[in-house]
Ligand binder design. Structure first.
Ligand code: HEM
Ligand code: HEM
Length: 201
């Protein structure tokens, strides 16, 4: 029920997937919205603090999810899938994992490098220290711009990967008509192999 089986995802993986999908989609929209606001307003400052705070929640969840994933392998992909499609699915998932970490980490480096030296206090409660910024990146302005570019291009790359990921999930569901989407929504497919074994014995 909680753990993955060879045929389906358990409750914990499903919880991580959908909680993080909602948070990340929200953060992408939030970041793009923030980019267009007047940077000198106090309300914009508060919204940036909220963006950073939620970003740290995503980072913490990503770390927990990765640990869970390492000790709890994903179910095998549908048998009928072409080997190239399986490789693409694995690479796509690795890319998503990399960006789930890269987005908060580049954001964290960006604010750490900033010459404005604005403190981050997550949800006005938890002070987050600045990260040490490599001197090789030059002045604070140069380092901040470097991480800003990574954060911005990372966001566009993540959006592109999510579009492909969602398209693949919908293709499996509506065209191939297999359990791929169902098993990320419900734990029932995780038990189907067990049930099969039980009925055949
Ligand atoms: C899931 C995590 C995150 C996502 C998806 C995300 C997404 C975004 C996006 C889409 C933008 C707008 C990019 C642009 O068009 O320039 C943005 C801007 C920004 N983000 Fe994040 N972000 C995340 C986490 C963080 C974290 C943890 C921090 C800091 C601790 C942070 C700090 C910033 C800052 C300072 C900007 C404004 C950059 C500028 O001045 O243009 N972000 N973010
Ligand atoms: C920010 C958005 C999303 C991210 C970052 C994301 C990330 C991931 C990752 C990393 C996996 C691999 C499984 C794991 O190890 O946890 C996965 C699996 C999956 N995702 Fe998403 N996902 C997102 C949104 C969505 C949406 C909107 C859908 C549905 C339309 C979806 C459908 C699926 C399905 C069906 C699987 C299971 C694939 C399989 O069985 O191998 N995902 N997702």
């Amino acid at each position: 029920m909680l753990r993955n089986s060879s045929t389906g995802y358990g409750l914990i993986a499903i919880f991580f997937h959908w909680t993080m999908a909602i948070l990340i989609l929200g953060m992408l929209a939030f970041g793009l919205y923030l980019d267009g606001l007047p940077q000198t307003e106090q309300s914009t400052f508060q919204l940036y603090q909220l963006h950073k705070s939620i970003g740290f929640v995503v980072l913490a969840l990503a770390a927990l999810r990765l640990v869970w994933r390492l000790f709890n392998p994903a179910p095998r992909l549908p048998d009928g899938m072409h080997p190239l499609e399986k490789t693409a699915a694995h690479l796509g998932h690795i890319g998503l994992y990399v960006l789930i970490f890269a987005m908060p980490i580049t954001g964290w480096f960006m604010v750490s490098a900033s010459p404005w030296n604005i403190p981050t206090i997550a949800f006005n409660v938890l002070p987050i220290p600045h990260l040490p910024v490599p001197a090789a990146l030059g002045s604070q302005e140069d380092a901040e711009s470097f991480f800003k570019v990574l954060h911005e291009y990372g966001a566009f790359l993540l959006i592109a990967l999510i579009v492909v990921h969602v398209a693949a999930a919908l293709k499996h569901h509506f065209i191939a008509r297999d359990d791929t989407l169902k098993r990320m929504v419900s734990t029932a497919p995780a038990h189907s192999e067990k049930q099969l074994q039980e009925t055949s014995s």
